[in-house]
Design a protein around this ligand. Structure first.
Ligand SMILES: [Fe+2]
Ligand SMILES: [Fe+2]
Length: 204
């Protein structure tokens, strides 16, 4: 079996999220579509920032910049797209207090290598996977045509993004080691969300 087939097979078996999003979150998000949209713009620019930060930290790691640089660019394109829609609604970006999701997840990243790199890829992939899962819900349930269209378009790329982080892991670490660590991080991720943040956010 060639490398690509091996990768496809491994990708298929991977399950990022340990728990599905609750109906409570969906109802909260549907009740505050524009606040979620502004938060989503912040998520896109944070995803671009996270990809760039990893690229700069591991700049001399072969095969990394080739993946992370286009990814960061694509996230910025998403940011611009969301910003255009926000402006078309007569609004603009505003700072929104972030839920504790990202901070708690980042604290799980080990400080020493090689664990640090693996955890960084997995945390980034988990955030992408959760964003994707929630965009699918919004694309399906939002009563607003334009929002449904926006989320439907964006979620196609987001699915590719968590696959990219998975690929970066597989190229550098043994599969059982990755799965083991992912299970831990995914359980932390689900626990953060089970204690739902009261404000409507993509990751509340
Ligand atoms: Fe994105
Ligand atoms: Fe993404």
């Amino acid at each position: 079996m060639n490398n690509l087939n091996t990768l496809k097979k491994s990708n298929k078996a991977i399950k990022w999220l340990s728990k599905a999003t609750s109906n409570d979150w969906l109802q909260l998000a549907l009740a505050h579509p524009l606040e979620v949209l502004v938060d989503h713009a912040h998520c896109e620019r944070k995803a671009a920032g996270a990809a760039l930060q990893l690229m700069f930290r591991y700049l001399c790691e072969p095969g990394l910049s080739e993946v992370l640089s286009p990814l960061a660019r694509e996230e910025l394109e998403h940011f611009e797209k969301v910003l255009r829609l926000i402006k078309s609604r007569g609004l603009y970006l505003k700072p929104l207090p972030a839920p504790p999701y990202g901070t708690i997840l980042s604290k799980q990243i080990r400080r020493d290598e090689p664990g640090r790199m693996l955890d960084s890829f997995l945390v980034a992939g988990l955030i992408e996977a959760r964003s994707h899962e929630r965009m699918v819900l919004l694309a399906e349930h939002s009563p607003d045509n334009e929002l449904r269209k926006l989320y439907s378009e964006l979620l196609i790329s987001e699915a590719r993004h968590f696959s990219l982080y998975w690929k970066l892991c597989l190229e550098r670490y043994a599969r059982p080691l990755i799965i083991n660590r992912l299970e831990h991080l995914a359980s932390v991720e689900a626990a953060i969300l089970s204690d739902m943040h009261p404000e409507p956010r993509m990751h509340s």
